[in-house]
Design a protein around this ligand. Structure first.
Ligand code: NAD
Length: 167
């Protein structure tokens, strides 16, 4: 069985990693879509799609996970066309996993099997909260995998978040 997971991953955190491990306990292979790929250099979207894909690639490598392919997909103006738009960018898949109610609804309406993800520690394992902590100079490193900490250090990721923050 082939699964699909869509996210913005701004940044990739431990909630995302737990979800990937859970999916791969049920599926043979996983397609990860880095969504909103056109966005970068903004408060809600500081990291480019290339940077987000590289975060994920490094975490998967560190975890010894190989049955995953990563694709970058831009948003489109019409939600109802979004599932078809994603399908044009990725290989075929059987099931969509998501904790995002809009994604669940759109792919369900497009005839795809949707499995709901339960959020883990949603107050902390949250891109919004992690970016807020980075901008405010608070502790955030325990909320993301070690490979992400290392990579963000290399690319001065916290400075990037601060640069676009309105805090
Ligand atoms: P996200 O990075 O917040 O989350 C990715 C996935 O991980 C989601 O399924 C989410 O539920 C799950 N997750 C997040 N935190 C978790 C936690 N603590 N524990 C367990 N699971 C957790 O990304 P998102 O907002 O769900 O991404 C949806 C993407 O789809 C966006 O890029 C959005 O723009 C895109 N989209 C586009 C359109 C369009 O272009 N018209 C329409 C719908 C969705």
């Amino acid at each position: 069985m082939s699964a699909l997971l869509i996210g913005r991953f701004q940044p990739f955190h431990k909630g995302h990693l737990a979800v990937i491990k859970k999916i791969l306990s049920e599926a043979d292979e996983l397609i990860i879509v880095v969504g909103s790929s056109q966005h970068r250099d903004a408060e809600d979207n500081p990291f480019s799609a290339d940077v987000r894909a590289e975060m994920i690639r490094r975490v998967l490598e560190a975890e010894g996970i190989s049955s995953v392919q990563i694709f970058k997909v831009p948003d489109i103006g019409d939600d109802n066309r979004y599932p078809g738009h994603v399908m044009e960018h990725v290989p075929s898949f059987d099931v969509v996993y998501s904790g995002n109610s809009l994604v669940q609804r759109l792919f369900g309406a497009a005839g795809k099997e949707v499995r709901k993800i339960s959020l883990i520690k949603r107050d902390e394992y949250s891109g919004t909260e992690i970016r807020r902590r980075m901008a405010a100079g608070e502790e955030w490193k325990h909320l993301v995998p070690e490979a992400v900490v290392k990579y963000l250090n290399e690319i001065k990721g916290v400075e990037r978040v601060k640069k676009f923050s309105s805090l």
